[in-house]
Design a protein around this ligand. Structure first.
Ligand SMILES: [Mn+2]
Length: 269
């Protein structure tokens, strides 16, 4: 349970897609992770807040406040905190280049590891237009899938009452899984290609809620995941070793081996 306490001191920690303010955010686990953290740098790689939920479905409780307090406590202890706005918190983007108290706000930046490798750090939403149809069609797909999930239970209640068998949502969306995989691959390749053109060794992003570390054309693509389902973080140890960790794997369904791209919504962050 106290896995986060066992995390040794890190040089840098990257988290993104916290979606604070959304009911889906795992703010409680995130607070525990941040409160036990020892690191020199903390990168908040976008979608820290979910302002899209301000009009409907906004939630702000003790856990969310604990997350914010934990970040400021880390900063007060000398941790360098860098905040890179994403698309769900793009209202903070005009603040890029300024400081919010001890927190540095940047559109993107380059992180240099202890062993001298340079990583472009950005949220990743800028690549939506390149890899998918974008705009309303993406939103429609996201809405349709959410509606499908919500109605799954009702559909089955009806079906069972009428003597039909259980209708599997997983089976129904199976045909979409290949598309989700293709989307993820296109996204990862687009981000990696951009990083390659900047002459860096790798790229660190979030946005699609698919924690990954993979080499693409000799460039290291790292996605730190999210705090909606994966509850993952990217950590760099004092020697420059990078690792995507799942500190609450035992308490959530997420684990490095789980097939997290089965749900198409994951691809539409
Ligand atoms: Mn995003």
């Amino acid at each position: 349970m106290m896995a986060e306490r066992n995390l040794p001191p890190q040089r840098a920690v990257f988290v993104s897609d916290l979606h604070l303010g959304s009911r889906d955010s795992q703010a409680g686990l995130l607070a525990r992770f941040l409160e036990g953290l020892r690191t020199e740098k903390l990168y908040l790689v976008g979608d820290v807040f979910d302002f899209w939920k301000l009009n409907r479905g906004w939630r702000w409780g003790a856990a969310e406040s604990r997350v914010v307090r934990a970040v400021f406590d880390l900063a007060a202890r000398g941790v360098e905190v860098i905040y890179l706005p994403g698309n769900h918190d793009e209202a903070t983007l005009p603040l890029a280049g300024t400081q919010f108290g001890p927190i540095k706000i940047l559109r993107e930046c380059v992180h240099e590891t202890a062993d001298g490798r340079r990583f472009l750090v950005l949220h990743g939403d800028a690549f939506d237009g390149i890899v998918c149809y974008g705009g309303w069609r993406t939103r429609l797909g996201e809405w349709a899938y959410a509606a499908l999930l919500a109605f799954n239970t009702q559909i089955n209640t009806l079906r069972l009452r009428k003597g039909h068998g259980y209708w599997s949502l997983a089976g129904a969306v199976k045909s979409k899984v290949a598309r989700a995989r293709a989307f993820i691959d296109r996204f990862e390749r687009a981000v990696a290609a951009e990083a390659q053109s900047r002459g860096v060794d790798g790229v660190i992003c979030g946005h699609i809620h698919v924690p990954t570390m993979r080499e693409i054309n000799g460039l290291l693509y790292i996605n730190d995941g999210d705090w909606v389902e994966s509850c993952s973080a990217l950590v760099e140890d004092p020697n420059g070793q990078m690792q995507v960790i799942f500190p609450f794997a035992a308490e959530t369904r997420a684990s490095p081996a789980s097939d997290r791209i089965a749900a198409p919504t994951k691809a539409i962050a």
